[in-house]
Design a protein around this ligand. Structure first.
Ligand code: HEC
Length: 107
């Protein structure tokens, strides 16, 4: 009886641990995203994501606010208009990191 309870508790604890450990890998890392954004995107999209005078739209006026990450990833991988493709330059995880970061911008 007691052994069963201990076993159950251990299984539960393991599950919680597994989720805690895997979560940062699944979700984008905003801090890493900021570094990547500053290095790769800021020149066109601006410090606060509101674009610049050269026809770069503000994130808030485009599809970003309503789009899923799975819709945004291909835009960054393949480029769009004058935006270059980042496939091969950024890993899948880095692209998710940068998306997490630009989602924190409100302009
Ligand atoms: C050379 C300038 C340039 C660079 C560098 C650049 N972008 Fe862009 N980006 C653009 C332009 C211009 C558009 C609008 C493209 C269009 O629809 O014609 C755009 C569009 C986007 C969109 C889609 C916006 C929407 O609402 O549809 C996202 C998301 C985006 N860029 C993210 C990024 C990220 C993240 C980076 C860095 C990894 C980056 N861009 C680097 C110029 C750039």
């Amino acid at each position: 009886m007691l052994k069963k309870m201990v076993n159950r508790f251990l299984k539960g604890a393991l599950l919680v641990l597994a989720i805690a450990v895997s979560a940062p890998v699944l979700a984008g890392d905003i801090f890493n995203g900021r570094t990547l954004y500053n290095d790769n995107c800021k020149g066109c999209h601006g410090v606060s994501g509101k674009g610049d005078d050269f026809g770069v739209p503000a994130f808030s006026e485009g599809s970003l606010p309503t789009a899923m990450d799975t819709d945004i990833v291909p835009i960054i991988e393949n480029g769009q208009g004058i935006m270059p493709a980042f496939m091969g330059l950024l890993t899948d995880q880095e692209i998710l990191d940068v998306i997490s970061y630009i989602r924190t911008m409100d302009e």
